[in-house]
Design a protein around this ligand. Structure first.
Ligand code: PHE
Length: 347
């Protein structure tokens, strides 16, 4: 039989051990593990004490059982206490780290918007799509033939000087005009033709109303009996829908090698209302558009019989239209991506 006072001492020892071990525990998870271990019926320091009952003299058993239960209750209370304290500490840390400062200014997410030039492209496309035009998108790198020669502008033609060209090689260049697309379309398709061709064009040119890269929209109609009257009617419709009735247009005789006759379409200056200012160089008018009746030679070169068919073409600078429509006085504003400027447009 085990010596009762020895057993008493053992229980006292366990109490001391538990006290010291609890001091080392730093988090609630460890408390949980510790509780499981200490009360384990097989190997636990306290949990296994009842198994000793058999070794105890019958008259001491009641006393021993009481002492073990007391130890159990004591340990349970200590562990619970520690658990509550650690859980509270952990919650407080979590609250602190997850705290939201409701006085902080909110992040504003601004909705995106289409660039003014893109808006103008879309508007013109819509207007002409309603008249039955199709879209043709050419390439920004062209060869000399499509950009010039096929447009009745062979090497050494003085009209080549009208546009200062960025050459990539003797044969290839950055297209100076979307007119290059006219040739591609007329080679690929027989009349009736009604196309609209938007795209970037490039010229060595730089001032308040010119940029080395800008956007053009080409229009081409080829069919039987097309006249300058058809061109004028369509341009009038375009200007009316784009600007309303306030802005006026005028046609001036002009020259392009690929149209005959050729015209220049001006709109009245939006800045000075026609009186004359720096923007319109004192004339009261701003040139926005070149146009004309497709030159017979161009039709012929594309295999279209000029006796049977005729056509008109126009090329419009879209930044110029955006400037007129939205009141920009410098074309550069359309390339600088300054949100303060772009935000003013909300079509
Ligand atoms: N391509 C000419 C230019 O860029 C514009 C134009 C197009 C003129 C079509 C006539 C016909 O200046």
């Amino acid at each position: 039989m085990a010596d009762f006072s020895e057993l008493k001492g053992k229980l006292e020892g366990i109490r001391n051990d538990v006290m010291n071990e609890l001091k080392e525990i730093r988090n609630a998870r460890a408390v949980y593990e510790y509780r499981k271990g200490v009360f384990d019926a097989k190997g636990g320091k306290i949990g296994s004490l009842m198994r000793e009952m058999g070794k105890i003299a019958a008259e001491d058993r009641a006393e021993y059982g009481k002492m073990v239960n007391e130890l159990k209750d004591w340990a349970t209370a200590r562990i619970d206490e520690l658990n509550t304290r650690l859980q509270e500490e952990e919650m407080n840390l979590r609250y602190k780290s997850e705290a939201i400062d409701v006085t902080e200014p909110a992040k504003v997410r601004e909705p995106g918007a289409l660039h003014p030039t893109t808006q103008v492209i879309n508007q013109i496309v819509d207007i002409f799509a309603a008249m039955g035009f199709e879209i043709f998108e050419g390439t920004e790198i062209e060869n000399d033939y499509y950009n010039f020669t096929a447009l009745n502008t062979p090497q050494d033609h003085p009209a080549r000087d009208m546009q200062d060209t960025f050459y990539l090689s003797p044969e290839f260049l950055l297209r100076t005009q979307t007119s290059a697309g006219q040739i591609h379309v007329m080679e690929a398709k027989k009349p009736p033709i009604k196309i609209l061709s938007p795209g970037k064009v490039f010229r060595s040119d730089d001032d308040a109303t010119h940029s080395p890269m800008f956007t053009q929209m080409e229009g081409l109609v080829v069919d039987k009996g097309i006249t300058l009257g058809d061109l004028k009617g369509m341009l009038d419709e375009l200007v009316k829908q784009m600007f309303g009735d306030g802005v006026t247009t005028r046609l001036r005789p002009s020259y392009f090698p690929f149209t005959e006759p050729s015209v220049e379409v001006d709109v009245s200056c939006f800045q000075c209302g026609g009186k004359g200012c720096r923007l319109c160089k004192g004339t009261g008018w701003i040139e926005v558009l070149g146009a004309g009746i497709v030159n017979r030679k161009v039709l012929q070169g594309c295999g279209i019989d000029p006796e049977e068919y005729s056509g008109f073409a126009f090329g419009v600078g879209l930044e110029r239209i955006a400037m007129l429509k939205y009141g920009y006085n410098n074309i550069k504003l359309l390339f600088e991506s300054d949100l303060r400027v772009l935000k003013q447009i909300n079509d």
